[in-house]
Design a protein around this ligand. Structure first.
Ligand code: ADE
Length: 247
């Protein structure tokens, strides 16, 4: 997959993209990421990228001519969807990450200041994405979040393919708890079923604990879910246990 990023701060991406799984994905040729500096496409000697908003008000707006010059340059090498990161976008989730991971290439446009001229959004942007209901200083951190979530879904990027499939949200539930050796740590025991070697009991325990955690932290995910007979039964047990716990 190829991802091009349009930003005023390309250096922000160096550490994140060069490290760990994203670094390895690029060395392995599974992912190519290039950050472009929008300022390199300015027309005047001061390399101006923004201007005051028509109608007045606080903040500056990225100029449409400069952003378009950068976009058109990048589009010549990457014909992919243009995604603008903004708190006004649709909220990013695992389903969106999976659909973006199907694309051969993407262009991520990062705003700053008050944003970009609306005509860029109307004429050049295919999709607008927010990473959550809070406002950051720019689209760079959101772009990194999107790249990370999408890149790990590219076949071969994660060493262990199973771990991507079992993660939280992939089956619509939060993930069950994990343990490793030692079996007892500072007086805390690993749940005995995990030491039993009984794969069916372990599967059931994990599903039940995933349901318990999801019910506590994200009841909205349970409400939305079409529960299987087994899940309904396990959820009943969880509810009974949690009620007894409360007494
Ligand atoms: N730019 C500033 N805040 C943002 C957010 N929450 N998501 C995406 N882009 C942003």
């Amino acid at each position: 997959m190829r991802i091009d990023i349009l930003t005023l701060f390309p250096e922000m991406f160096d550490g994140v993209l060069g490290t760990s799984i994203l670094g390895r994905a690029q060395s392995a040729g599974l992912l190519t990421v290039q950050a472009w500096n929008i300022r390199d496409f300015a027309f005047d000697k001061h390399r101006t990228v923004d201007d005051v908003p028509y109608g007045g008000g606080a903040g500056m707006v990225l100029k449409p001519d400069v952003v378009t010059a950068c976009l058109e340059h990048v589009k010549a090498v990457n014909p992919g969807k243009v995604v603008y990161l903004t708190p006004q976008g649709s909220v990013f989730d695992q389903v969106k990450a999976e659909s973006l991971a199907q694309e051969a290439s993407l262009i991520l446009l990062c705003g700053h200041y008050e944003g970009i001229d609306q005509r860029i959004r109307d004429g050049w942007v295919d999709e607008e994405i927010s990473i959550g209901d809070y406002v950051l200083t720019g689209g760079e951190l959101p772009a990194m979040v999107v790249i990370d979530a999408v890149a790990r879904l590219i076949p071969g990027v994660l060493g262990d393919e199973a771990s991507a499939r079992e993660d939280s949200f992939v089956n619509g539930l939060l993930e069950y708890p994990h343990y490793t050796r030692p079996a007892e740590f500072r007086g805390r025991q690993v749940p005995p079923v995990l030491l039993s070697g009984n794969h069916e009991m372990i599967r059931k325990w994990r599903l039940k604990e995933a349901l318990r955690l999801t019910l506590k932290r994200r009841p909205d995910l349970i409400e939305r879910r079409l529960l299987s007979d087994e899940e309904r039964q396990l959820l009943r047990e969880v509810l009974k246990e949690e009620c007894n716990e409360g007494r």
